[in-house]
Design a protein around this ligand. Structure first.
Ligand code: ADP
Ligand code: ZN
Ligand code: ZN
Length: 815
């Protein structure tokens, strides 16, 4: 190939690719999907080649790419196509889309190596001894010999430096004589050396400045640290640390950083079961779909505990047996570990392996897993949202578990929905997409009912276990009887007592963290608002301060009202911290833990708490939504929802759907093992259909009622929505730009779509920015996309900065 120019997507917030010239000596190496180093403004950046072009656009100064970083493309052609679709559909800067698809840049060509395979090694040895004749060219033979001399390993470099032409190299690679491998330094080292402060008495003696700095760090500021981090933060030498270790001032131990470590690793792997009737029927339907060998979408609507995982695993097995690869997406990190573990038990030994991809991995870990997939070593990937970009080839099956989960939506640029991208990817790769849920999203179920997706139903729990019975606790009558508002009603209290006396476990959900989520003045009614956002500050008792949960800003706890100086400030609305405190008072003997973003700052803490609960070392676990999903706790007999109303009263068209989903899922947490379970839902609106249908676990009834509401209001699934936010820290700018943008939108109103706005956004201020909102609705998605891409061009022409306009296609919330 002899190309003179290529288009490169660079990780900058601009909706365009850049054309570069390819210098003579790099021409043989450029391929679509390869990463390149290219000059941009005053820096150089790593981008991806999206296309090879003959000519350059006239009139612009074309610069040259500096280096090609890949010998074979990092991104497959299908992934390039997928990235382009995302950029077009979600109106996202294409370079930022690709940045999310690539392995971490910390890991570059320098660490990739060429290795001699067994076949290559014996051939090279024989050639040297003159034992064999060969059809290889002289340069190929020379190369193999050189490789043998270097003990079979060489760093990967541009072909010119390797002394062999790219084509010749690729031929011996295809014949399996050499391989390209990632040599990650982190590969063998699966532990961190952790350093901690040992002396218990910090005042002992006058310490030299450097030692004092280390003490500060390890004892007060950070806690125990991995060696490299400590060296960096304290700016001291390794020798000093080593001496302090010898002197007994510090201690050290090794801690595992293996992503395979998981909180459920309490020596229990669920056995493989033979499928029951419902599972077998669904699995047959999936296999029938495989036989067709074409794209399709199936939805497994299976109640919680119906055994969907078992069906997933068999489908993956079937896919592998057909020589294809499989991708399993799950909504949260803990589930990647849980499902990943089952996958390894199933496929680890028989097939090349399973890779796990999620955002909590370090760069090294993520790069290792990524390249294992890219090199075909792993043929099953389990991961969260961004794993939808896993570089699998020959993809046969994409599973999206709990497809209704909001965590599949990325709420920052590029704002894509992982489930929807999974379906598009399946389509591009001619694969089967398998969605699973106990409470499918309105959109998905609507497609299933209309026949666009195939509906597969599993209506009963395995082994005829009963669905946990859910009960409503009517807080209105509770209040009339007791005149008290407590986060723990009498019924809930009694249920927990009973559970403690039977030595089973209770799980309590509350969807706000902190102690109180509002601070009000009784005299004038003023509440304490964040200085940067239009939202009230949350009181955290433990840390004795107010925090904004949107921007993280802090304020001291007020002793008097800032407005009227009255001393009657009070705290309102119980959060998780408050609930934990009450539980400790009401159940003094119980072993209680709390799981929310305040108690769990690290992966380790998260694993410890969940592990402790799973192993029975805790009686009561209090937590936020983190707890609602998927975990298979065997001894939970009581699940309490402290307030169903906080999600129901959100000013959002999905409030009912979200509440129904949450309550149904939570209900599914009880009675997973052999013990029957009870679910208590506390609410002030017991007659709302989202609550009633959740209590009866009647999905169809909810779907019908909610569908009516959506039809009446012209919301999805009847229309497509786009939310456009115009924002700036300067109020006048925000107003000016939204006015200007409205000049573009207004003439399009009522021409197959509706334009509402500009109006002040529900969160009118966020992180110091003023926000205005347009809401666009249409029955034809293509109309929306066209209008929006026109809007982007308009913004460029009218000098509205691209960063001031935020487009959210298919928004999950309108806040
Ligand atoms: P879901 O994901 O549908 O909520 P799971 O896949 O977690 O349900 O399965 C629930 C439990 O049932 C698991 O403990 C699983 O091991 C068990 N299970 C699955 N299939 C069967 C079966 N055919 N017979 C007995 N137990 C099963
Ligand atoms: Zn006041
Ligand atoms: Zn704030």
């Amino acid at each position: 190939m002899n190309v003179a120019y290529c288009n490169v997507a660079l990780p900058v917030p601009l909706r365009m690719v850049f054309t570069y010239a390819v210098p003579e000596e790099l021409r043989a190496q450029v391929q679509v999907g390869c990463r390149v180093l290219a000059p941009f403004r005053k820096k150089s950046m790593v981008g991806v080649i999206t296309g090879l072009v003959d000519g350059a656009p006239a009139g612009t100064k074309i610069r040259e790419i500096i280096r090609v970083m890949d010998l074979f493309p990092a991104l497959t052609p299908k992934l390039i196509e997928l990235g382009q679709w995302i950029a077009g559909y979600y109106l996202a800067p294409i370079g930022e889309v690709f940045r999310g698809m690539l392995p971490p840049v910390t890991e570059l060509t320098a660490r990739r190596e060429i290795v001699l395979t067994e076949a290559g090694g014996s051939l090279a040895a024989n050639l040297r001894d003159g034992k064999t004749l060969t059809d290889l060219s002289t340069s190929q033979v020379d190369f193999l010999r050189k490789l043998l001399d270097k003990k079979g390993i060489m760093l990967l470099a541009p072909a010119a430096r390797l002394g062999i032409a790219l084509g010749e190299f690729q031929r011996i690679q295809r014949r399996g004589l050499v391989e390209i491998r990632e040599s990650l330094r982190g590969r063998k080292r699966k532990t961190h050396n952790i350093i901690a402060w040992k002396t218990t008495d910090p005042s002992a003696g006058n310490r030299p400045e450097k030692e004092e700095r280390i003490r500060q760090l390890l004892q007060a500021e950070r806690g125990p640290l991995p060696m490299p981090q400590l060296l960096k933060l304290a700016k001291v030498s390794r020798a000093l640390i080593e001496r302090m270790l010898r002197d007994g001032l510090l201690e050290s131990w090794d801690e595992s950083i293996d992503p395979a470590e998981d909180p459920f690793d309490v020596g229990y792997t669920p056995p493989a079961h033979s499928l029951n009737q419902a599972q077998a029927r669904v699995f047959d339907a999936i296999r029938a779909r495989f036989e067709l060998g074409e794209f399709g979408v199936q939805l497994i609507h299976g109640v919680t505990g119906s055994g969907k995982t078992e069906v997933y695993l068999r489908s993956v097995q079937d896919t592998l047996a057909r020589g294809k690869t499989a991708l399993i997406l799950v909504p949260e990190i803990a589930l990647t570990l849980w499902i990943g573990r089952q996958c390894r038990a199933w496929f680890g030994a028989r097939f090349e392996g399973v890779a796990v991809l999620h955002s909590a991995l370090s760069d090294v870990e993520r790069a290792r897993e990524w390249w294992r997939v890219r090199n075909g070593e792993a043929r099953v990937v389990v991961g969260t949202r961004s794993a939808v970009f896993a570089p699998l080839e020959n993809l046969g099956l994409v599973i999206v578990d709990e497809e209704q989960e909001n965590s599949y939506k990325q709420e920052e640029t590029p704002r894509y929905h992982g489930r929807d991208v999974a379906i598009v990817r399946a389509k591009l790769e001619n694969a089967l997409a398998l969605l699973g849920s106990a409470t499918p999203s309105m959109e998905t179920y609507h497609h299933a009912v209309n026949g666009k997706y195939e509906l597969l139903t599993m209506a009963t729990r395995v082994e005829n276990r009963s669905l946990a019975s859910a009960e409503v606790v009517d807080l209105r009558s509770e209040f009339q009887q007791t005149q008290l508002i407590s986060p723990i009603s009498k019924s809930l209290h009694n249920a927990i007592s009973e559970c403690l006396s039977f030595q089973t476990q209770a799980l309590l959900l509350i969807n706000r963290r902190g102690y109180s989520w509002s601070v009000l003045c009784r005299s004038c009614g003023a509440s304490v608002q964040c200085a940067n956002c239009s939202i009230s500050m949350t009181y955290h008792k433990n840390r004795n301060r107010l925090e904004c949960h949107y921007c993280g800003s802090l304020q001291p706890v007020p002793k008097a009202c800032a407005k009227c100086q009255s001393k009657y400030v009070y705290f309102f609305g119980e959060g998780s911290e408050h609930l934990e405190e009450r539980l400790r008072k009401e159940f003094p003997g119980a072993r209680i833990a709390r799981l929310d973003r305040d108690t769990v700052r690290t992966k380790q803490q998260y694993q410890e708490t969940l592990g402790a609960f799973a192993s029975g070392a805790l009686d009561i676990l209090v937590g936020t939504q983190m707890l609602a999903k998927g975990h298979d706790f065997q001894r939970v007999t009581i699940v309490g929802v402290v307030s169903a109303d906080s999600s129901l009263s959100m000013p959002d068209f999905r409030a009912a759907e979200r509440t129904f989903q949450l309550l149904t899922q939570v209900a599914g947490r009880a009675g997973r093992g052999d013990l029957p379970g009870r679910v208590l839902i506390q609410t002030f609106y017991p007659e709302h259909y989202a609550i009633q249908d959740a209590v009866r676990q009647d999905y169809l009834s909810f779907y019908e009622r909610e569908l009516n509401f959506r039809r009446m209001m012209a919301y999805p699934p009847f229309t497509s929505l786009a939310n456009v936010i115009v924002r700036d820290s300067n109020l006048e700018n925000a107003i000016r730009w939204s006015r200007r943008l409205s000049e573009y939108f207004a003439p399009h109103d009522n021409k197959g779509l509706r334009v509402m706005g500009p109006a002040s956004a529900p969160l009118a201020r966020l992180k110091k920015e003023h926000r205005f909102q347009f809401l666009l609705k249409s029955q034809k998605r293509t109309l929306l996309t066209k209008l929006l891409s026109g809007a982007m061009t308009f913004c460029d022409a009218k000098e509205i900065p691209q960063t001031a306009v935020l487009v959210d296609m298919d928004p999950l919330t309108l806040m």
